[in-house]
Write a protein that binds this ligand. Sequence first.
Ligand SMILES: Nc1nc2c(ncn2[C@@H]2O[C@H](COP(=O)(O)OP(=O)(O)O)[C@@H](O)[C@H]2O)c(=O)[nH]1
Ligand SMILES: [Mg+2]
Length: 403
Amino acid sequence: MWSRNWTKIAIGLGLLVLAVFTISKFEQVIQLTSNLQSSSTVITNPGKNNLDQNGSNNNNNNVNQDKSLLHGNATSSNGHSSELLNAAIVSLVRNENLEGIRRTIRQVEDRFNKNYGYRYILLNDVPFTDHFKKRVQAIVNRPIEFGLLDKESWGYSPYVEEEIVKQKLKENKDKYIYGESLSYRFMCRFQSGFIHKHPLLKDLDFYWRIEPDVDYYCEMPYDPFKLMKDNKYKYGFNIAPPEKSETVKTLWKTTREWIKDNIDLLPEKSFASLILNEKNEYNMCHFWSNFEIVDLSLYRSPAYESYFQHLDRAGGFFYERWGDAPIHSIAAALFLTKDQIHWYEDVGYHHPGYEHCPIPEELNNKCLCNVDKSFTKNSHCQRMYKEQKDITRDELLKRLNII
Ligand SMILES: Nc1nc2c(ncn2[C@@H]2O[C@H](COP(=O)(O)OP(=O)(O)O)[C@@H](O)[C@H]2O)c(=O)[nH]1
Ligand SMILES: [Mg+2]
């Protein structure tokens, strides 16, 4: 009798333990499922953009959630998984360029970014309209960040006389494209000295600059930011044409003055040979900055900032039409070695005016372009990039007649 009761009690206890175990497992499964659901919400539908146009955030929770998406592991729609770097695809753009920037972003997504999910930062000198934001945002299911420029970064240099500028614009009206455009000069000064300081960019390690109405012709099956990081590249370009010398009449003279006064800011060795002609003056070669992938430590370096300040003081952004492309390029050549400057030869690219189509078949296989139309096939500056070698600081100073 007693032993039958003990048997019943033992069976009851056993059933109780089994029930408790089953319930706890069931809870774990529920927890796991809800975790998976919430992480996929973060990845595929991270919510609205919570950065206002000045780049400050107005909802901490969601911004943090976005950051965990942007800087952590991302899984794309095709299941490709990658570790994202602290990098973004950036463009300065007007409300009027809505369709142009949509076209560019659509292509960047299709060729590359759908596999990675890097963030986009769009900047403007006036607030973006709601229509613009809605239509651009509709292309990607991650938040696009929209930023407004402040008065210091978009406007006259404090060192120029506005009356003289107006007169120069009239004089240059028919000499070259954008000869009389004041906003073009604001744009070049902004892209040269301020873009990397904008609140939305100031903590970024790398940016890839895009523009409205450009074309990306080839599949990009790797992360270009990671390529930069792994190879210690600081500057990446695609097309290198010559600048119109009329627009930069005194740029080299002004650069030489800066070099003379700042020898200690120059590295021991650099790729300065890229930008010098036989007379040891500027040969007009520049990297077209409408495509550039840059380690932003270059623009944040004391040497670059000092160089920019010197140029800004000289007034050439306004009295002439110094472009951000020659300035970025001269800085890259003076401050970097050849192995820190990478030609994205595999990126088929078109900006109105020129295009690059990869010639080697293995690079061209997944492109939509025609090599016969490729500007880079016969480009003098592209050849300079291939053929020239680094020179020492002393050699540079000798060539410039400074020592
Ligand atoms: N927000 C804004 N963006 C501008 C303005 N002017 C030029 N940009 C942008 O600056 C970049 C270069 O301008 P673009 O007109 O393409 O010059 P180009 O490539 O030298 O012919 C592009 O990304 C433009 O969208 C402007 O007045 N306002
Ligand atoms: Mg352009």
